[in-house]
Design a protein around this ligand. Structure first.
Ligand code: GRF
Length: 218
């Protein structure tokens, strides 16, 4: 049984999708704790509702990033995790923290990396005139929103989209690809070679959602 700790900062919909998929698909794994850096994150109640233990490590209580990351690691390590999942965890992590979980920490980012690392991805994709947007699950390296890409999903940008409508469309596919990536990881179905991730059974490491609906004729 692989032990999974999920880190959140907000509503926790990706965390919820992960817990459900883990149970429904009977992964050889268990989400043993959900850790939030925000005491009022909506995802905490969601986790409690699913009977997953929760922990808060409030970053505002720490004087430095290093001190916060050390306390966070101590809280995580109590659960002896095999895998740490960042699921809408909105903190930049120190190199020491990243190194500690190297090879066993994944993140989901709401863009088609390497485009748009960082914040406000949907607004930036719209401003750039992108016709596709999407999300990426990747291994965590010390460079923000970099690291080996496990799976990506693309969705169309539609006329009239704003950051909220596009973000909602992307979030739907996040809920599909993050569980898929984690399932591969816990079953040992991924190989990383020079930063390139291969799914060992040849399963598609991409998802394109609703890409063929034609533009409305004028
Ligand atoms: C997701 O879009 C995630 O990719 C981003 O923040 C959002 C978190 O959503 N980093 P949730 O908390 O999982 O609902």
């Amino acid at each position: 049984m692989k032990r999974i700790v999920v880190l959140i900062s907000g509503q926790g919909s990706n965390m919820e999708a992960l817990v459900h998929a883990c149970r429904r698909e009977r992964w050889p794994a268990q989400v043993v704790a959900v850790v939030s850096n925000r005491p009022h994150a909506g995802g905490l109640a969601l986790a409690e509702g699913m009977k997953v233990p929760t922990v808060v490590v409030d970053h505002q209580q720490f004087a430095s990033r290093e001190a916060f990351d050390m306390a966070l690691a101590a809280a995580i390590d109590k659960y002896l995790p095999d895998l740490v999942l960042l699921a809408g965890f909105m903190r930049v992590l120190t190199p020491a923290f990243v190194q500690r979980y190297e090879g066993r920490m994944l993140n989901i980012h709401p863009s088609l990396l390497p485009a748009f690392p960082g914040l406000h991805t949907h607004r930036r994709a719209l401003e750039a005139g992108c016709k596709f947007a999407g999300a990426t699950v990747h291994g965590v390296s010390s460079e923000l929103d970099h690291g080996p890409i496990v799976i990506q999903a693309a969705v169309p940008v539609r006329p009239g989209d704003d950051a909220a409508t596009l973000g909602a469309r992307v979030l739907e596919v996040e809920h599909l690809i993050y569980p898929r990536a984690v399932q591969w990881w816990v079953r040992g179905r991924l190989r990383v070679d020079h930063g390139v991730v291969t799914q060992l059974d040849g399963e598609a490491q991409w998802l394109v959602r609703d890409s063929v609906r034609p533009a409305t004729p004028t």
